[in-house]
Structures are given as C-alpha cells and as structure tokens.
Design a protein around this ligand. Structure first.
Ligand SMILES: [Zn+2]
Length: 258
C-alpha cells in the first residue's frame, strides 16, 4: 500500500488535475456520441471554426476571462463547459479527501471522468453509451479486486439488480405504455454492486431511488417532460457510495447495534 500525503495537502493538486480532466470530459461527452476521436484534431470553435490555442483552453479561467464568448467571433460559449470542469474539479478534490488508499483513489479518479461523461451525455441525449458503461464495469471490477475480492456477491447482486430493473421497466411499460427505467439505467444500477459490498450496495440503491425521485421532480418542473434522465441520480449515488459508502454503512451499523 502506498502512503498518501494528508488529504488537505492532496486536495489542491487533485483539484488542479480535476480541472484539466474536466475539459477532457467536455471533449469526451461532445465527441463520443458523434463518433469523433478524442485524441485527434485540435479543439475548434463550433461557431467560427477557428482553431483554439492553449490560452483559450484553460479550464474555467478562459471562459471567465472571455466573459463566456469566443475570443475570435464573440459567439457565446455555453456555461456547461465551465460547469463540467468545475464539477469534475470538486469531485477530484473530494475524492482525495475521502479515499485513503492510493489504488482506490486512482481508480475513483478515472471512474469520476467516466461518470461525468455518462452524466453529461444522459442529460443532453437521454442515453447512456455502452462503451462508457463497459469502461465503468471494468473499473468497478478493478475496485473490487483491490477491495474484498468478493466476486460471488458482486455477481449475484449485479444480476439481481439488473433483473429487477428489467422487470420494473417491463411493468412500467405495460402499465403506462411508455418506457420508465431505461435499459441503460438498469445496466448502470447493476454495475455499482460489482464494486460495493452488500450493505453499501443496498444503501446505494435506496439513495438512487430517493435522489432519482427528487431529480425527476426538478426535471419535470423545469422541462415539463414526462421522461427524465435517471443516470445522473444513479451516478451521484454511486460516486458517493464509492467515496463514503463503507464508512457510512459501518457508522450506521455501529449506531444500530451499539
Ligand atoms: Zn468562434
């Protein structure tokens, strides 16, 4: 096990890395659904096509300095870019404070990037790309591998959760005539128990339900839509469960039993 510096010391560099990874998330979530490579091609202004330089691409700072507009054509740049970068920064710093061992912190950081990209694509397009879900599944297996190694519990809970998700979807469709829980949501709900021990996994499911309900109400009020992206609520619960789940669950158990 590698010793990490104290969380307060680690939080600052983690925040800086998070800011940089945040701009990678914006590129990933923009280009993946459009089948564009993330590695090739420099960033261009979508309005005027001007190739952007390093000074235009400093996360959050460029957007603020240019007052949210392209430096070349003055076309407005969506606030979603600094928002994604800022959120990724906060999650990286939060992970550094919450997770004590280096391996899991490294895994959580990579998972944060994948989860942010999933959340952004789900909010924008109401879908969860399989390629991102597969990456999250592999990372969740790695999390378990470096944790309690309990792959039989992981398999049983993941299959059970997925089956319940599919049944909920079928039931909802039969009752209302349109899809409720999407297949992507069912897959995402099933991925979390691959990494989480049983107790934290149950807490994760409860949190996903409660958060999803709140988020759905907000979404419905905002957009007057009957269908809302459930993914961000599941992802938020999963991230919090990875960062704090075991500690929260043990605290809860000792309170109930002690
Ligand atoms: Zn421009």
């Amino acid at each position: 096990m590698i010793d990490l510096p104290p969380p307060a010391v680690l939080a600052f560099p983690a925040a800086v890395v998070g800011l940089v990874m945040g701009s990678f998330v914006t590129a990933l979530s923009y280009r993946q659904p459009r089948a564009q490579s993330v590695a090739h091609g420099r960033s261009k202004c979508p309005a005027c096509g001007h190739t952007l330089n390093a000074v235009d691409l400093v996360p959050v700072v460029s957007w603020l300095a240019q007052k949210g507009a392209c430096r070349y054509c003055k076309a407005p740049i969506s606030w979603r870019y600094p928002a994604i970068e800022g959120a990724t920064m906060v999650l990286f710093a939060g992970g550094a404070v919450a997770v004590a061992d280096a391996t899991h912190l490294a895994l959580l950081s990579i998972m944060t990037v994948v989860m942010m990209a999933l959340a952004v694509v789900d909010i924008e397009q109401q879908r969860l790309p399989n390629s991102f879900l597969l990456a999250l599944l592999v990372l969740s297996l790695a999390w378990r591998w470096f944790g309690d190694h309990d792959f039989s519990t992981a398999a049983v809970t993941a299959v059970a959760v997925f089956a319940i998700g599919v049944m909920l979807n079928a039931g909802f469709r039969a009752a209302t005539g349109h899809a409720g829980l999407g297949m992507g949501d069912a897959k995402l709900l099933a991925i979390a128990p691959v990494a989480l021990p049983l107790g934290p996994a149950l807490m994760f499911l409860a949190a996903s339900g409660v958060l999803g309900l709140a988020w759905g109400l907000v979404w419905r009020r905002r957009f007057a839509a009957t269908v809302f992206p459930f993914g961000p609520a599941i992802l938020a619960s999963y991230w919090a469960s990875l960062a704090f789940g075991t500690r929260l669950f043990e605290g809860l158990v000792s309170r109930l039993t002690g």
